[in-house]
Ligand binder design. Structure first.
Ligand code: CA
Length: 225
């Protein structure tokens, strides 16, 4: 998933980003409420982790403004304040869940996966395309009975393509969706990674259908036919 973390305490922001990236999520950071709101409204995220106490704009206001703009992205609010009244305020402002600091990372992950799969996909653990399967719990990727080893970035790219099968994406769109804004991305990075994935999921299986297809002049799509 692509996740925006709006948190001014750098130590906590880094801790969350690092932990989520290990789980193959793509993470952008914003350090104050205004920056976070701008990013939330201009980019598309699968989830927002929002600290309540922020410089420039506080978390409650950010949350309200995101909802006023008709963005239905799940929002998990973080806070040191963990009184019942504060929770109610957060939920009233449009947050979907609330987590008090300090928190155990395992709990954050559990909340994220509950929120992340709430829309559309209730109990999805596996994504498939033809005989290709990606397991979101074990991080295993297989084609037929053969296991495929992917790097973290290849896994994220494949997960994105599996979630949006039959849709064509330009390299620029893939870069926007699968890489965080602060990563070192060259103009051809997405093409290079599509190439790596092709080698691993298609070229190694010459007798199977080609899943990653080039749509000339537009980009790429993942499709079983
Ligand atoms: Ca804070």
């Amino acid at each position: 998933m692509k996740i925006l973390v709006i948190e001014d305490e750098q130590r906590i922001a880094r801790y969350i980003k690092k932990g989520l990236e290990i789980k193959s999520h793509i993470v952008d950071n914003a350090e104050d409420g205004q920056e976070g709101l701008d990013m939330a409204l201009s980019e598309s995220y699968d989830l927002i982790i929002l600290d309540r106490m922020l410089p420039e704009l506080d978390g409650l206001t950010v949350c309200e403004k995101i909802r006023q703009n008709q963005k239905s992205v799940p929002i998990l609010m973080l806070t040191a304040k963990n009184q019942v009244s504060d929770r109610v305020e957060g939920l009233n402002a449009g947050a979907d869940d609330y987590l008090g600091k300090p928190f155990a990372f395992a709990e954050l992950l559990a909340r994220i996966s509950a929120l992340g799969r709430r829309p559309a996909t209730s109990t999805i653990q596996e994504l498939t395309c033809g005989d290709l399967t990606l397991n979101l719990q074990t991080y295993q990727v297989t084609r037929g009975k053969t296991q495929i080893e992917l790097s973290r970035k290849e896994f994220s790219l494949l997960e994105f393509l599996l979630r949006h099968q039959d849709q064509v994406f330009s390299p620029e769109q893939l870069t926007e969706q699968v890489w965080s804004y602060d990563s070192d991305v060259l103009p051809n990075t997405a093409q290079v990674y599509v190439g790596y994935l092709r080698t691993k999921i298609d070229k190694q299986f010459p007798k199977s259908k080609t899943l990653i297809q080039t749509v000339r002049g537009f980009g790429y799509k993942l499709a079983a036919n």
